[in-house]
Design a protein. Structure first.
Length: 114
């Protein structure tokens, strides 16, 4: 896959993140118990990052085989634990999402290129 296609793919995910509704998150804010979840629900930017990450994760899941899915699920659990360790710290949560989105986006590009 050319670097131009990779750049376009990454850019398309960035646009998708901006196009999501401000209140959209990948979990129910009504049922949010953890401090990190409540922080995400109270911050539109964090909500958009959560939704963008969930979309990339879902896309990667759909193009991955069984073995890759197991690895992906384990990595996502580690991400969620790290994100939840941020508790009320919005900057920490923000950075955790940016890191995870970058990792997932790279894996998606790599998987599609195969």
């Amino acid at each position: 896959m050319t670097s131009t296609v990779k750049l376009a793919l990454g850019f398309s995910f960035s646009l998708a993140a901006l196009a999501t509704p401000a209140a959209a998150v990948d979990f129910s804010c009504r049922d949010a118990i953890l401090p990190a979840e409540r922080t995400i629900c109270s911050d539109a930017k964090l909500g958009r990052l959560d939704e963008a990450m969930a979309r990339i994760y879902g896309r990667l899941w759909s193009v991955s085989g069984d073995r890759a899915r197991l690895s992906l699920r384990e990595a996502q659990h580690r991400f969620l634990a790290a994100r939840n360790d941020c508790r009320w710290n919005a900057r920490c949560i923000h950075d955790a999402y940016l890191d995870q989105i970058s990792v997932l986006d790279s894996k998606l590009v790599e998987t599609i290129a195969k």
